[in-house]
Design a protein around this ligand. Sequence first.
Ligand SMILES: Nc1ncnc2c1ncn2[C@@H]1O[C@H](COP(=O)(O)OP(=O)(O)OP(=O)(O)O)[C@@H](O)[C@H]1O
Ligand SMILES: [Mg+2]
Length: 610
Amino acid sequence: MPSIHSLPDVLISQIAAGEVVERPASVLKELLENSLDAGATDIQVQLAEGGVRLIRVADDGGGMDREDLPLSLLRHATSKIASLEDLERVVSLGFRGEALASIASVARVSIASRRPEAAHAWKIEARDGTLAPAALAAGTVVEVGDLYYNTPARRKFLKSEATEFGHCDEVFRRIALARPGVRFQLQHNGKLIHRLAAADPERRIGDVMGEDFSAQARRVEASAGSLAIFGFAALPAHARASRDSQYCYVNGRFVRDKLLSHALREAYRDVLHGSHHPAYVLFVELDPAGVDVNVHPAKTEVRFRDARSIHQFVFHAVQRALASPLGAGQGTAAYPVPDHGADVGGAGFIRSDGPKPAPVSPWHRQEQVRLDVEQRVPAYVDFVRAAADSRPDIFEAPELAAGAPAPRATEAGGSGAPFLGYALGQLHGVYVLAQNDAGLVLVDMHAAHERILYEKLKNAADGGEPASQKMLIPALLAVSATEMALALEHGADLQRLGFEVAAAGPLELMVRAVPVLAAGARVPDLIRALLDDFRNFGASDVLSAHRNELLATVACHGAVRAHRVLSLPEMNALLREMEVTERADQCNHGRPTWTQLTMSDLDKLFLRGK
Ligand SMILES: Nc1ncnc2c1ncn2[C@@H]1O[C@H](COP(=O)(O)OP(=O)(O)OP(=O)(O)O)[C@@H](O)[C@H]1O
Ligand SMILES: [Mg+2]
């Protein structure tokens, strides 16, 4: 055994480069992110031979001093964070301080840069650190040549020029989508491939995704507290055979996240069948402290602190957008947003008939995005609070409700009508409308039913094995080898949840029994979702650690789906169930399941009595 010794710095960087610099496209991603972090509004990219021979990124951002140039190439040197607190709330795309060092260890790198106040630019050659004055108007130009020239083994893994260029193009599109306010240009082998003017978000999505995507996409827009989602989700007609039109961002960063893609798959489940993949461009925004981006060196993975809420939030927002008959095409908001006289702050996204956006992206900074959303949140909160004031007990704080279950009175004082009133009808297959003493009650049918089922499932599980119901005809479902393995591994867990599942063939499962409370679910979909949960939770002791999450999945599948036509007696039954269900005011994840428009709210809408 040879003795232990420290590795030379270059070798350390080359090892790190293995994670960060997988191919030319990963270099391009790092350089583009650096330009954006530097505040660039104009970014020009030149590639040669798929990026292997040259990647050149020129920006008009803040630039670097002469003194900073050598530091920028050092490992673990960054201007973006200084402490653990910074890391936990990071809003810049970079923060590891190692991209340029890694790239410089496997390619020939030079950087020319000029800060606005500097007399002229400076250029550094990474090879030997030489610095020389250079001519440059402002900003930074990074040139990366001959990728893997010194690591031939890695070079062998590169694919054809066309393939590598394709990956670069994809990275370019991803970043351009998220920053509509920035001008971008891409050239390959001297040929102009993209020129994107600064635009509002909708325009940029049209420019990058193609007009047919925009024409067929539904606007997605929702918020809850500091959590918000916006973007477009294509109708099933625009589904693709591959996943290449799926763009998901968290706080402006493109991510591949299992949780989000699972939520989206679920949201499309009712409308998309077979092997097709939905197309979407969706931006999720949340408090940076609620998401860990320091999971993988390439930063395309994230970890959410409150995964389940995010899952449900995204799922419901997209499912509703797809279910809503409004909102197709440009210029129609999926949810008519009451205009409270507040200017939406130039976010063309929120109201396309509103003021046109400033040339800078409305969503690339957390604060800016929040503005758009929060202007409407207070109105909503006031509204809910007004309802709460007239009936305080119904809005118990969740923690109080959890600690002290107190069945709610069904009868409201006065007329003797039930608290949530009697159903009038269904709105677009999503909401139940009811009349009560105070006025109009609006119920999110799926969310409310989901909550009721969830509470019942939990109660049943607390009392031992849940009642299970044999199926008249066992359900068969084709599964992948992984799903089969998960089903076998978790057979006992499934049984304790009330399912009876067995292998019917090498890649086929047979379901003989389901929990009584999930009798309304599409069994194959539910089983697949549970297997997916098992995969995501991973641990061996899944049931004790994640029981409630699993029950929530069962509840979600068992609950009435959007577009299910309910009869008035069914609607009334739902209202009565809500009245006797603990915490029925909120869905499993804190969104309200119903709301009240009082007569005076309605009078105000019609300016009565003024
Ligand atoms: N285009 C640019 N304009 C201005 N400064 C830049 C530019 N590119 C890099 N820098 C400076 O160089 C530093 C190092 O960049 P590098 O990409 O290696 O690390 P980082 O962006 O801080 O973190 P990460 O490794 O996560 O990307 C940055 O922190 C920044 O100060
Ligand atoms: Mg960087």
